[in-house]
Design a protein around this ligand. Structure first.
Ligand code: NAP
Length: 258
């Protein structure tokens, strides 16, 4: 696989997230929850948005046991009105410093293009792609106005146009993640590739042990979340004062082709 090394001058430095607000859609479980734990342990207030109200609150309580300032909130990200209600409920926490878009679902097993029912297509698209748009459109306004923030979308290798992304099967999932990649890059361009203080990047967690990835996946949730945490805490400028590369797809802290 072709890979490009990231800018080494930024690798060792880390932005202090103590006192910052991180909102993570899909934060109630899996990779989003693991990212929340890591960023919470570094002092961030973490907002865990999930679909199931009970699970979002239980997840927040679990992090609170570790001394993390955590808040659970629920919304179906495919429903823009529900996302707006969640934002109203959260008040100032709805304008985070860092937004991680991790909420997502896998498509059913028999979902090659010609075998996919319309309902299944729309279910996956509305959560994975519309949900990413609703989340960014609702929760990223504050950081864009402040000209300071990070938006990290959790994509997937299966959404890549290079490598495994176009090898067929699971069509709704693959196409939704290709859409997430396009959304990420388009927004990064609109925000002038980091020049307006907001870095926008997509990442692939790789096959990870979660409810989606299954128990036999090779990576723990913490390993799957590592690049999210790294993107959330990397400085926006290198030692020469230049904006770091953004609007890219990352895997294991390295740029991979879309
Ligand atoms: N695991 C892997 O191997 C893998 C590989 C590549 C990419 N990814 C991507 O990584 C992200 C996280 O995956 P995961 O493995 O952590 O999945 P997971 O364990 O199944 O967790 C999914 C999360 O998304 C939330 N969610 C699902 N539908 C939602 C909706 N309609 N509205 C709001 N929240 C919703 C769930 O909330 P509830 O708890 O309330 O249901 C949960 O917090 C996904 O975008 C996935 O596509 C995962």
């Amino acid at each position: 696989m072709e890979r490009h090394a990231c800018d080494m001058s930024t690798v060792e430095r880390e932005v202090d997230v103590d006192g910052k607000v991180v909102l993570i859609t899909g934060g109630s479980r899996g990779i989003g929850f693991a990212a929340a734990r890591e960023l919470g342990l570094r002092g961030a207030t973490v907002v865990l948005l999930g679909l199931d109200p009970e699970r979002a609150h239980t997840a927040a309580m679990e992090l609170e046991k570790d001394g993390i300032d955590a808040v659970g909130v629920h919304a179906d990200v495919s429903d823009v009105d529900a996302v707006t209600r969640a934002a109203l409920e959260l008040g100032s926490l709805a304008a985070p410093d860092i937004l991680v878009v991790s909420a997502g679902v896998m498509s059913g097993r028999m979902t090659k293009t010609m075998r996919t029912e319309s309902d299944e297509w729309h279910r996956v698209m509305s959560i994975n792609l519309d949900g990413a748009f609703h989340s960014i459109n609702t929760f990223a306004k504050g950081m864009i106005e402040r000209r300071d923030g990070r938006i990290i979308t959790v994509s997937a290798c299966l959404g890549r146009f290079s490598g495994p992304g176009t090898s067929g099967g699971l069509a709704p999932y693959r196409v939704s993640k290709a859409g997430v990649n396009a959304l990420t890059r388009n927004l990064a361009a609109e925000l002038q590739w980091g020049a307006r203080g907001v870095l926008v990047d997509a990442m692939c967690p790789n096959h990870t042990q979660t409810d989606m990835g299954g128990p036999d996946a090779p990576r723990t949730a913490a390993v799957g979340a590592d690049t999210i945490v790294w993107l959330a805490t990397r400085p926006d400028r290198n030692l020469a004062g230049e904006v770091v590369p953004t609007g890219l797809l990352w895997e294991d802290r390295q740029v991979v082709p879309w």
